[in-house]
Write a new protein. Structure first.
Lengths: 353, 377
């Protein structure tokens, strides 16, 4: 270590202590702050304290700083995904009680000091027994699959067109795909209500044109939910598709034509297989958020639109049954993780050695 | 042996009655405001290995792509075996192309790549793969049938591309810089391999290349292209020995060019007054007017160097060896003449123990009257 590193060391150690202290103080509510700002402060100060402590420890063990590149995201993953997941898993094993927090401990000491285990898989069994949950999962998977297929059918031609466009136009088109992200997602879903409702834009135009006499019922149907999901997640489908299609070598298409393939056959035998990585990535990016979607079915769907995100919300906030809600969440996570693992397996197999 | 019919069979372009297999008639291709190919007319005969030779941007690839059907000519007509290609899409043409980048399908094995064209014809799988096996044997790749393109070396990929283009037994095979991506050694081997395959199958080849050595080795005839027009068409020897313009003389091989004025017409030998060399004697050229501007093209290997002034010889110039490069079989000299002009001379190294001419030696450069080619454009 160079001489210049030594004063840094002291500074870093005091930073760890100061920030750590600040985080603990904010977390315990000692500071004269509103609860939510105290919470944010605790989070930021705590995170920085852990980061500096990690650098300190790393240096202490003579590790190269390069591990930090991995360590920071790993730490993030640990704090914001793994720990909450463990907490969720723990809650899902307990029973609901009228208390604060509204779930039981996993074990208790009996009157004679013997250990009584309360933890059980009853909540999971309950999910399987009650058709509501099974149906909600199946219906969510169905909605997610149908939405993904439609997003693919709509997104593929758009991505293909953009990828085949000459350069200046291509950038403009890509910008147009990304542009909707600059307004609030909620606002855009609300805008669809204006389009879809009985006296909305679509019905008014159709009735004015004389195509229909009575307004079509589109709001509060599964159709509206599909529209909302496909619309919202379309850019996530288009961008990875575009990324693979733009790399497609024109010479391959010419070679196929040269060997006697009609444009349709060329598409099926060359373009489509070569864009598979984009299709898989785009489908995952639509399928995964769609399966747990809450806002879109809540705003556009009807009372019979059954989706697991809504069931989860109801369990947490209406029934206040945290253990069941937690087990619903864990099962949903598993349902989502399986396709991701499949994707990984496919990509590993496809990757050149 | 000397019967004219045999000569016409192997060199059909010498026979004015021979029917061309491919007729390119006044083909022009414009992209926006750039004219890539400008009124090109060309006849190519069955079984030829024709090379389109030119620098980048000369229009040779555009011409090839029009034959394949990837580009539509702005004007003109292309006939292949008597059939007009206008409006015939690439997938219906009796041509196949070997791409410069090879354009192998990366997601298919070698076998599937080669079978692709046959399966599009509606051949049964069994028949297609039977033919694929034969074709892979021809290009010596039978052990690699199950590999993917990224698992092959450059030379192997080149042969897969060739096999894939040949398997449909096209009437015409178009090759875009077929050896461009190979290293020198492999390129030389592959040149003869290409000729062997071409002769085995009897397919007509049109090869686009920027490499004059490649064109010389491969071609039955060469078309030299520049700025969208064909400057000269001829057999390799003709192009090299009898270029029709300074451009072609300079493009093929190296050459010393001297500007001069034609002397009076003479039955035996005529004189050209050059600025750099003084009077030079050349064989008589018809249709040359006295005083007309001409250029003399003399190949470096046609000039010999002597230490002493040869007696009673024409075309002798004196100078100093400024630089030389020993190349094993020959040595390339740069000789600075007394008027400052530098000429290139190559001498073959025939004897092991000769005393070679070296730097700064005073030398006399001599050439036969017939060694110089008189050019008027």
């Amino acid at each position: 270590m160079s001489a210049g590193a030594v004063p840094w060391r002291g500074l870093r150690r005091s930073a760890v202590v100061l920030l750590g202290g600040l985080a603990v103080a904010a977390g315990l509510g000692v500071l004269p702050l509103a609860a939510d700002s105290a919470g944010s402060l605790a989070l930021v100060a705590g995170g920085l304290a852990i980061l500096f402590a990690a650098i300190e420890l790393g240096d202490g063990f003579g590790l190269s700083r390069r591990w930090l590149v991995i360590a920071v995201p790993m730490l993030w993953f640990l704090v914001f995904f793994l720990i909450p997941f463990v907490v969720l898993g723990r809650i899902s094993l307990s029973e609901v009680v009228i208390a604060r927090p509204p779930y039981s401990p996993l074990w208790e000491r009996g009157p004679n000091g013997e250990l009584e285990i309360i933890a059980s898989l009853d909540n999971y069994r309950f999910l399987l027994d009650d058709p509501l949950y099974v149906n909600a999962y199946l219906s969510s998977i169905k909605v997610a699959i149908v939405s993904t297929v439609f997003a693919l059918l709509v997104g593929y031609p758009i991505a293909y067109y953009i990828a085949r466009s000459p350069e200046p136009r291509r950038s403009v088109l890509l910008l147009l795909v990304i542009l909707p992200f600059w307004t609030s997602f909620l606002l855009r879903v609300y805008a669809w209500i204006g389009f879809l409702r009985s006296n909305g834009v679509i019905n008014n135009i159709l009735m004015w044109a004389g195509v229909i006499d009575e307004p079509l019922v589109m709001m509060q149907t599964d159709f509206a939910v599909y529209i909302g999901i496909v619309y919202t997640y379309l850019p996530f489908m288009i961008l990875p598709l575009y990324a693979t299609l733009v790399k497609l070598d024109d010479a391959l298409l010419e070679a196929a034509a040269d060997l006697g393939a009609t444009p349709t056959v060329t598409f099926l035998t060359v373009t489509l297989p070569l864009s598979m990585p984009g299709i898989i990535a785009g489908s995952m990016l639509v399928f995964i958020p769609a399966i747990g979607e809450y806002v879109i079915p809540a705003l556009l769907g009807g009372p019979d639109t059954l989706m697991i995100g809504r069931v989860l919300w109801d369990e947490f906030f209406s029934s206040r049954d945290w253990p069941v809600a937690s087990s619903v969440a864990i099962v949903m996570l598993i349902v989502v993780v399986i396709p991701i693992m499949w994707l990984q397996a496919v990509q590993n197999r496809e990757a050149p050695e | 042996m000397t019967s004219p019919t045999i000569a016409a069979n192997t060199r059909p372009w010498l026979d004015p009655a021979a029917k061309p297999f491919i007729s390119i008639r006044h083909i022009t291709k414009r992209f926006d405001d750039v004219t890539a190919v400008n009124d090109v007319s060309l006849d190519i005969f069955r079984g030829e290995l024709f090379c389109l030779l030119g620098g980048s941007g000369c229009g040779k690839s555009t011409l090839l792509r029009m034959l394949a059907g990837f580009e539509v000519p702005t004007a003109g007509q292309i006939l292949i075996d008597g059939q007009d290609m206008a409006g015939v899409p690439a997938d219906k043409r009796p041509t196949n192309m070997m791409f410069q980048s090879y354009a192998l399908f990366p997601h298919m094995t070698v076998e599937k790549n080669v079978a692709y064209g046959l399966l599009r014809e509606g051949k049964s799988k069994a028949e297609a793969y039977q033919r694929v096996a034969e074709m892979l044997r021809l290009v010596k790749l039978e052990q690699y049938a199950k590999r993917k393109p990224h698992q092959l070396s450059g030379g192997q990929r080149q042969r897969v591309a060739l096999a894939r283009a040949l398997i449909k037994q096209p009437k015409l095979l178009l090759l875009d810089e077929p050896l461009g991506a190979l290293d020198k050694k492999l390129r030389e081997e592959t040149q003869f391999e290409l000729i062997r395959i071409q002769e085995t199958l009897g397919v007509t080849f049109i090869v686009v290349t920027h490499d004059q050595d490649e064109a010389m080795t491969l071609a039955t005839r060469i078309g030299v292209m520049d700025e969208g027009v064909i400057r000269q068409v001829g057999e390799p020897r003709e192009i090299y020995e009898a270029p029709n313009s300074r451009y072609v003389a300079d493009f093929i091989g190296s050459v010393n060019l001297f500007e001069g004025k034609a002397g009076p017409a003479a039955p035996d030998l005529m004189r050209v007054e050059t600025g750099d060399l003084g009077p030079v004697v050349v064989p008589p050229v018809e249709a040359l007017v006295q005083g007309q501007n001409v250029w003399l093209a003399v190949r470096p290997e046609r000039i010999s160097l002597e230490r002493h002034r040869p007696e009673g010889r024409a075309n002798v110039v004196e100078g100093v060896v400024e630089d030389l490069a020993y190349g094993g079989h020959l040595t390339a000299y740069r000789v600075r003449l007394d008027n400052g002009r530098v000429i290139s001379v190559t001498q073959s190294n025939r004897l092991r123990d000769e005393d070679p001419i070296s730097w700064d030696e005073r030398v006399f450069a001599i050439w036969q009257p017939g060694a110089a080619r008189v050019l008027t454009k």
